[in-house]
Ligand binder design. Sequence first.
Ligand SMILES: Nc1nc2c(c(=O)[nH]1)N[C@H]1C(S)=C(S)[C@@H](COP(=O)(O)O)O[C@H]1N2
Ligand SMILES: [Mo]
Length: 336
Amino acid sequence: MQLPPGQQLVARDKWPLVGERAPLAPAGVWQIEIAGEVAEPRLFELPTLAALPRTELTTDIHCVTRWSRPGVHFAGVALADLLALARPTPRARIVSFIAHSQRDHSTSLVLDEAIELHALVALEVDGARLPREHGGPVRVVVPGRYFYKSLKWLARIELLEHDRLGYWEREAGYHNTADPWLEQRYLAPSLSRAEMAAVLATRDFSSRDLRGIDARGHDLAGLVARDAILRNADFRACQLERACFDGANLSNAHFQAARLRGATLRQADLEGADFRGADLRGADLRGSSLIAATFCDEAEPAQQQATFDAATRLDPAAMEMLTPVQQDFVLRRMDP
Ligand SMILES: Nc1nc2c(c(=O)[nH]1)N[C@H]1C(S)=C(S)[C@@H](COP(=O)(O)O)O[C@H]1N2
Ligand SMILES: [Mo]
């Protein structure tokens, strides 16, 4: 199997949970509504949906936080078949999926693309009903897009003339097309150069949204970045001794060759973070999520190794979400 750029396989049998953990169950029975730019708005209950022509597909899951899970088999109703029953109007250009969820989670796609990609309204995975935490009883699966386009707990399909950004696309700056082969992960960062220089000089990022900040090579020793949003931030070759990143969102952050001696990254989101060649002596990563984090070169584990010592702290449970190569590397470093 070929992996899109910057992705790595999750440890076998692991399927990370991402985003919301559970649906907001509807008051009555679970229904799926098709609305908006359609000639015939529809409402389906689950048994009706399950009785429609069945489509199966096998696809590779690629999460924007750099983990991939290959060969997952889904079954359900093709989006194309379902929409045909509601007859989209000529104005329908966008398909928006909305979830039964606390925050009315949603995501959208160009309608033609969703159809071409064989988007599926899925009821089953690997021969069993979809588990609730993975979107059961019914989720969307969009092959060929990062998995954030695959909405869990589908409540409503709305056809639109003009796009309405989804939750992650709006709140986290995720790319609206999301093609993993083109690495369409995030939109460009929004800070100007002057703003960037000013905030770097303060060495205080606490609770700030600085996603994608380019701090490469800066001396930020003692930085305070508690609860900051630093997705995709670039800290390569930074001096970050004793920095505090507790509670920060550092998914896909770049820490290659950074000096993190004595830094704390507790309860941080380190999904897809890259620590190759970083100095992690005395660093504390307890309570952090490490799905698809990298500490040595994945293809050549002897290359670009991070430095650990007896004082480096990592949770054994979090280590389980590393790839076998990373796990092996880290475990050998951590053993006293
Ligand atoms: N309702 C809902 N659907 C969602 C999300 C979410 O937070 N809420 N997160 C998305 C993201 S970012 C990913 S990677 C996948 C994760 O699916 P999984 O938890 O089954 O792995 O669901 C997507 N669909
Ligand atoms: Mo994701």
